[in-house]
Design a protein around this ligand. Structure first.
Ligand SMILES: Nc1ncnc2c1ncn2[C@@H]1O[C@H](COP(=O)(O)OP(=O)(O)OP(=O)(O)O)[C@@H](O)[C@H]1O
Length: 139
């Protein structure tokens, strides 16, 4: 059975452009409940650890630099079938391929600076939420 939790980040481009509030509004209006939220700024090392699965990909170095270039907002979100529902809401990785009305279509600047992150599986959602939040930081 699909889980009810996903992990998200509002990425540096969206935070810096002042789009955090508009993105949070879209998330809530889509029926997600915020279960944890944190504003922080990643170091390149922490970004590298978070994106370790992409270590062999050519864009890894740039991705870590970008993700540590400005603050991010980390989020744990709840909704039935959360991972799949959230990926529908954010749209394709590349904003030029994202469907109309999705968060990335509206706010992303490029395939890298693509406004938001969303977990790709229930297992990764649990790992990523645990990476950012202790049990006392979640409701
Ligand atoms: N070709 C690329 N060039 C530059 N950056 C990229 C490229 N492909 C992906 N990225 C960056 O790496 C992140 C992780 O890539 P992945 O393929 O897991 O996409 P995703 O699952 O849609 O994104 P996320 O994991 O952030 O939700 C992307 O969100 C984007 O910021």
């Amino acid at each position: 059975m699909a889980g009810s939790i996903t992990f998200s980040m509002i990425k540096p481009d969206a935070y810096s452009a002042g789009n955090s509030g508009a993105i949070l509004k879209m998330i809530e209006e889509a029926g997600f409940t915020i279960k944890a939220m944190k504003l922080t700024k990643l170091t390149p090392e922490v970004a590298g650890k978070f994106y370790e699965v992409h270590k062999e990909r050519p864009f890894y170095g740039e991705l870590c630099a970008y993700m540590s270039s400005a603050p991010i907002i980390a989020l744990v979100l709840q909704k039935a079938n959360a991972v799949e529902e959230f990926r529908k809401l954010i749209g394709a990785t590349d904003p030029t391929k994202a469907a109309d009305g999705t968060i990335r279509k509206i706010f992303a600047k490029s395939i890298e600076a693509n406004a938001v992150h969303g977990s790709d599986s229930d297992e990764n959602a649990a790992i990523e939420a645990g990476f950012f939040f202790s049990q006392f930081e979640r409701v």
